[in-house]
Design a protein around this ligand. Structure first.
Ligand code: SF4
Ligand code: SF4
Length: 429
């Protein structure tokens, strides 16, 4: 477990240039330098030098952060802001009553039991509704080696929200039922750990990370599939905390997409490079290369469907707009995917990649700031006149709803892009 003092050099790398102010959604609303990275680094530097105590006041400003990473992407000193703030938060939380109480709520016993109940209810609903689904298997694929060679195996990391509100999961499976080249592997994953990271509960984060990694490594698959940008981003961050990163380039680059190219129809089983991860002996060169560096390859549900031989036919013309979640690394899939949709017009909203202002615990601890950021987002979306606002993160769906309430405007339909696609009729090319 890292300590704040381990980041002393990084904190000193801050040149106080103030460039982070121009991108920080919280600074834009509050105008308070303590709310942005620069101000926080000044305080944390004071703590490390012994001039300041890591007290409630500093904790208040540490909580005043969406962990959107916008400042990190913009910082000329390339400081990993979120990791430093999470560590400082960990040091604050371990000594306070509310920190200990939050840990209790996030414990395996409380949080874990809550998730189990959600999953049970979901399982019962699935049995009752009998959704047609593609081949779904547990840890060991039920397919023969020969059958598996023809299919793409997706290890589905469903995220906590699907346990309670499995609309995106159902939508994805409904679409995949039209494909004969997909095997979905479902394992009993724990939370990705993002809420624990944000609250400074590093022990719990390490616990779920270890559990999830053991499950991933016990299984044979081609890609880890996610339908939530935050889960994907957190899972991709696992290796940096002790596990090596994948040597493979991001999925879209891997399949030859460039800035100006249209998305290739190559996420098909026959065109996919085999990078199956198998416990034990490596059986292909690619696997050996990937495996030897300890990395995994990810694909999100929207990227995956972009490469499939499907046309989405909507009966009536509809207008859509898209909110890019802060945790979504890459949205190259968006336009090629919408081009596969008949009767769909895409209208880009102003600042489509600005934060929605929600970010779980941030919204609870800073309701007014959160609501003000969400309101601006909702107004930008509203101006497009779209019938649907699409995104790829359940927290952003909540943020957008919050924004429309704050703006006092009638909300269009807000949903995960996969749910929207499942409203269509399907046809081959
Ligand atoms: S952009 Fe980076 S270096 Fe500049 S003030 Fe912000 S944190 Fe410091
Ligand atoms: S992570 Fe986002 S909210 Fe936090 S300081 Fe950086 S830009 Fe501001």
């Amino acid at each position: 477990m890292k300590k704040l003092e381990d980041f002393a050099d990084d904190i000193n790398k801050c040149s106080k240039c103030g460039l982070c102010q121009s991108v920080c959604p919280v600074y834009k609303i509050t105008g308070n330098d303590c709310a942005v990275s620069r101000g926080k680094f000044v305080m944390l530097d004071g703590v490390l030098k012994g001039d300041l105590k890591l007290n409630k006041n500093i904790e208040k400003y540490l909580d005043m952060c969406l962990k959107c990473g916008k400042c990190k992407n913009f910082c000329p000193s390339n400081i990993d802001v979120c990791e430093i703030f999470n560590t400082a938060k960990y040091e604050c939380a371990k000594n306070t009553f509310h920190g200990k109480f939050e840990k209790f709520l996030e414990s395996k016993w409380v949080f874990g039991s809550f998730m189990k109940v959600g999953k049970k209810v979901n399982d019962i609903c699935k049995t009752l509704t009998r959704i047609s689904a593609p081949q779904v298997s547990g840890r060991n694929s039920t397919l023969s080696l020969r059958e598996r060679e023809k299919k793409i195996s997706l290890l589905y990391f469903k995220g906590c929200v699907n346990n309670f509100y499995p609309k995106t999961e159902r939508a994805f499976k409904k679409i995949c039922a039209h494909l004969n080249n997909v095997e979905i592997i479902e394992l009993n994953f724990d939370c990705c750990g993002l809420p624990f990271l944000s609250s400074g509960n590093m022990e719990r984060f390490e616990e779920v990370k270890k559990y999830n990694l053991e499950l991933i490594e016990s299984c044979d698959f081609d890609y880890i599939l996610t339908d939530c940008a935050s889960c994907e981003s957190t899972l991709k961050g696992y290796p940096s905390s002790g596990y090596k990163k994948s040597p493979l380039p991001p999925c879209l680059e891997l399949f030859g997409a460039s800035e100006n190219s249209t998305f290739p129809d190559t996420l098909r089983a026959d065109a996919l490079p085999k990078i199956r991860f198998t416990k034990g002996v490596n059986t292909s060169l690619v696997r050996e290369v990937s495996r030897s560096d300890g990395g995994f390859s990810f694909v999100n549900a929207a990227e995956f469907l972009t490469g499939q031989n499907i046309k989405f036919k909507f009966k009536k013309p509809v207008k859509v707009t898209f909110h890019k979640p802060c945790h979504l690394e890459n949205d190259d899939f968006l336009k090629p995917l919408l081009e596969k949709c008949e009767n769909v017009e895409y209208i880009e909203m102003k600042d489509y990649d600005d934060c929605c202002g929600f970010a779980g615990e941030f919204a609870i601890k800073n309701p007014k700031i959160s609501s003000a950021i969400s309101k601006q987002k909702a107004l930008n979306a509203y101006e497009t006149g779209a019938d649907y606002i699409l995104t790829t993160c359940p927290a952003c769906v909540m943020g957008l709803h919050q924004g429309f309430i704050a703006a006092g405007k009638k909300s269009p339909e807000i949903m995960n892009i996969i749910e929207f696609l499942a409203l269509a009729e399907f046809a081959g090319k």
